[in-house]
Design a protein around this ligand. Structure first.
Ligand code: ACM
Length: 683
């Protein structure tokens, strides 16, 4: 009996400790969340005596990371360090200890441990890449009180759940110069992402210099391409950050640009190939029955594969129905002769030939999931992107690929250009509850967020990638069980500002766009509106691809708006809280927003209008009107039928699209109107 009581109190103590600990550690703004974290009572004060030492100086990566770390540490804390560069051996009070300089591949050991004591911080890793990941965690641990900055005492043991944690950037639809790529690589490294998938070619432009086929850049890029030296520079930069670079040359479809330079490789001899200016899926396709096509691709791949040391090479392969193949009698004849029944069979024939070429060049062929056809060797890698099929989650093709023997990477669910909320992406579980054998599980390499760039330019790309991609990075790194939305959102808000500190322009460029829209007037009225409007979702901006061309303006109101509009999120939460608990303070939180929006119209009315902002006038006016009427109801505790009619009329206006955005507070406004009607209605 006594033993039992002892056991129970020990259990209670453990439970209390665990809860206390989880509350403490949950206050840290770490992203991705580490596999194991516990707190100790220490506090490492950040003062001018902080020094970093490296156990060896054979890794350029660690030296580079340590120098950047010290710069960010002193900037963030305002501490004037006595020594701003790393020391040798174990002389620093921050010690980075690693054993080997790792090659970058899917086997790279990225694990590390991090311990913070009163006088010593140690990062221990098997490889320099692990050390890099640990340094990023340490940067996220910087904490302060009123009087000092410090690292809280922790013991962390960490390693990734998936070996492939990628971001794809499409530089064809809109070109993104080297400095844009580099700042995004920095951001990726800060959230421990390790694969940059570079979508270099598409219908709208071929973006890499070829010395063997120079018309690719002279005729198919509008002069917007990377020189081979620039490619090397980016690959080296990524390598320093522990990021692999996977190039994509998308064939045989998405080939308008290639064919504008080399029409003789096209499937229709008389077709007038040109660089595509619109967005969508187009028919120009390489001719897979022409030996010149294979000669061209072999020469091109032979030229460019040495620029990309990674083992994997992406050939696209998506969205080709072979319309031009069907229209060409000679190609149809070829299909008959080779017993290729469908255009998909013909594409498989093409893919298999490409795979042989790439294998000869030491590369593994990767392609979008269309390449997973009967007959495709399992040495290919399947990039899952399409919707659910066969009752399987997350694109289906991921699980099907893993079960069929292919290595596979998931992007279905992580299409950040669909402009869906961070909660949506964060809630996608790559494997779901599907039972996989250990071998099948190992084939699921991880995932990639995809930044298709039809509607983004260097001015806006950061605000489409970040901060949502930081949460996606966590999905790929952290344990499956780490999925609390509120905890993620709280941490993401902090990480978002740290991304800006690091050079990402997702916050500041919104104001840049609004200043440009107003010809440098006071932008506060537009800022208020942009905090409750979101760009149209799931490709409904530029429906059918005909409204915007590649050279259309992308500094419009929609470009200043972002997913997860800040005030809309807070207002939604406030209204839900008020619905749950009809208290004075819950009501005040709601009314606070209504007051803000009511007065905003007078602010908006002071603007000298121009065509870029005039269309927002009804939005501002009816938002003010709705807010004012709701305030009146709450203050008077009554509402007339006439006011309710006016409320409904204004709400109908707010349901419209405004300059390619939607007002994302309509639902909570409806809740408030219903509340007024139910509780306050008079005749
Ligand atoms: C794709 O989104 N077409 C791979």
């Amino acid at each position: 009996m006594k033993k039992n009581i002892l056991a129970i109190s020990f259990f209670t103590l453990c439970l209390k400790l665990c809860i206390a600990q989880s509350i403490l550690t949950e206050s840290y703004n770490l992203m991705p969340w580490p596999q194991d974290i516990s707190e100790n009572t220490a506090k490492f004060i950040i003062n001018s005596d902080v020094t970093i030492s490296l156990s060896s100086d054979d890794s350029d990566r660690v030296r580079n990371a340590a120098v950047i770390f010290l710069r960010r540490l002193s900037n963030r804390t305002g501490v004037f360090l006595n020594e701003g560069f790393p020391l040798k051996e174990r002389k620093g009070n921050i010690q980075i200890i690693y054993k080997t300089h790792a090659p970058l591949n899917i086997k790279t050991d990225e694990s590390y441990t991090l311990t913070v004591n009163d006088s010593l911080v140690q990062i221990n890793a098997n490889t320099d890449i692990g050390a890099l990941r640990g340094l990023q965690t340490l940067l996220q641990l910087i904490t302060n009180s009123e009087t000092e900055y410090y690292f809280p005492g922790v013991n962390i043991t960490d390693s990734p759940r998936f070996v492939w944690r990628g971001l794809m950037i499409d530089v064809s639809r809109h070109f993104h110069p080297v400095h844009v790529i580099k700042r995004n690589l920095d951001a990726m490294a800060s959230v421990k992402m390790n694969v940059f998938h570079w979508h270099l070619t598409d219908d709208q432009g071929f973006r890499i210099e070829s010395k063997v086929y120079p018309k690719l850049q002279s005729k198919a890029s509008d002069g917007l391409f990377y020189t081979q030296e620039q490619i090397k520079e980016v690959v080296a930069y990524a390598n320093l950050l522990g990021i692999r670079v996977i190039p994509e040359i998308d064939v045989p479809g998405h080939a308008s640009a290639i064919l504008s330079a080399y029409p003789e490789l096209g499937s229709l001899p008389d077709y007038n190939y040109s660089i595509e200016r619109f967005a969508g899926v187009f028919h120009p396709t390489l001719d897979p029955t022409n030996e010149l096509t294979y000669e061209f691709l072999e020469n091109l791949f032979t030229e460019i594969t040495p620029l990309f040391p990674d083992d994997y090479f992406h050939i696209g392969g998506d969205e080709n129905e072979g319309k031009h193949w069907t229209e060409n009698k000679a190609i149809e004849q070829f299909k008959t002769e080779h017993n290729l029944k469908t255009n998909h069979d013909l594409q498989t024939y093409f893919n298999i030939r490409l795979e042989k070429t790439l294998n000869k060049l030491g590369k593994k062929l990767m392609g979008w999931d269309e390449i997973m056809t009967p007959g495709m060797p399992t040495s290919a890698v399947i990039h899952s992107w399409r919707g659910e099929n066969e009752g399987l989650p997350n694109g289906g093709s991921l699980i099907k690929a893993a079960k069929s023997g292919y290595q596979t990477v998931l992007s279905n669910g992580f299409y950040i250009d669909r402009m869906l909320s961070v909660d949506h992406h964060y809630s996608i579980e790559p494997i779901g509850d599907i039972a996989l054998t250990p071998e099948e599980r190992e084939r699921v390499l991880g995932g990639e967020a995809t930044m298709w760039s039809e509607l983004v330019t260097p001015l806006t790309i950061d605000s489409r990638i970040w901060p949502r991609t930081a949460a996606i990075a966590e999905r790929f790194w952290s344990a499956k069980e780490i999925r609390d939305l509120e905890h993620m959102q709280k941490r993401l808000a902090v990480i978002s500002y740290q991304l800006e500190e690091q050079g990402i322009t997702h916050i500041k460029n919104r104001a840049v766009i609004l200043r440009s829209m107003t010809n440098n007037q006071d932008i506060s009225a537009l800022q208020e509106l942009s905090n409750i409007c979101e760009p149209l979702k799931v490709y409904s901006r530029n429906k059918d691809g005909i409204e915007y061309k590649t050279f259309s303006p992308f500094n419009l109101f929609a470009d200043a708006c972002i997913v997860d509009a800040k005030d809309a999120l807070s207002f939604n939460k406030a209204v839900i809280a008020f619905q749950k608990e009809d208290t004075k303070s819950a009501q005040q939180a709601v009314l606070h927003f209504l007051k803000q929006w009511q007065v905003n119209y007078s602010n908006f009315s002071k603007l000298t209008l121009n065509p870029k902002i005039s269309a927002l006038e009804p939005l501002s006016k009816h938002l003010s009107k709705t807010s004012g009427l709701l305030l009146k109801c709450f203050e008077a505790q009554k509402v007339s039928t006439h006011d309710l009619d006016d409320l409904n009329t204004s709400l109908e206006v707010l349901k419209q699209e405004f300059m390619d955005t939607e007002v994302v507070i309509v639902a909570p406004l409806e809740i408030l109107i219903t509340y007024c009607k139910t509780n306050f209605q008079t005749r």
